[in-house]
Design a protein around this ligand. Structure first.
Ligand code: ZN
Length: 136
């Protein structure tokens, strides 16, 4: 059985939009929103026979996007209080939300895959993975 990278290593790779398993930068995404079914580096499948995978990735995306919305709006209100500058606060909140939501889209998926790999390590069902493909 190939050894698995540490959780920290996998999370770091996920944050960089790389495959958490092998660290390949081509990983799954061929364009910002377009992904392939398997990692170009190690060949692990995107969802690894787990139907709920997309839900976890969407939860990461929702939490980071919603978090950026709340933080940006909160900072804007606190900084301009008591005369809250509505339009600048609203504009920066929308900009931050779009930036994190759109910019973080593929990262939320590779990040979730890192967590998923940690919770459900590679096994025989992921048989397409070879020993050479797993670099710790
Ligand atoms: Zn890989």
């Amino acid at each position: 059985m190939p050894t698995q990278p540490s959780l920290g290593n996998m999370l770091w790779r996920g944050l960089l939009r790389r495959c958490p398993n092998c660290g390949d930068r081509r990983a799954f995404f061929v364009k910002w929103f377009v992904r392939r079914e398997r990692c170009a580096g190690c060949g692990i499948r995107w969802e690894r026979n787990y139907e709920g995978f997309m839900l976890g990735a969407m939860a990461i995306s929702f939490i980071t996007t919603g978090g950026s919305l709340i933080i940006t709006m909160g900072v804007g209100v606190v900084v301009t209080y008591p005369d809250v500058a509505l339009m600048p606060v609203l504009g920066s909140t929308i900009a931050a939300t779009l930036l994190v939501g759109v910019g973080g889209y593929p990262i939320s998926y590779t990040l979730w895959q890192a967590i998923d790999l940690y919770l459900r390590p590679l096994n025989e069902d992921d048989g397409e993975v070879t020993a050479r493909s797993v670099r710790a």
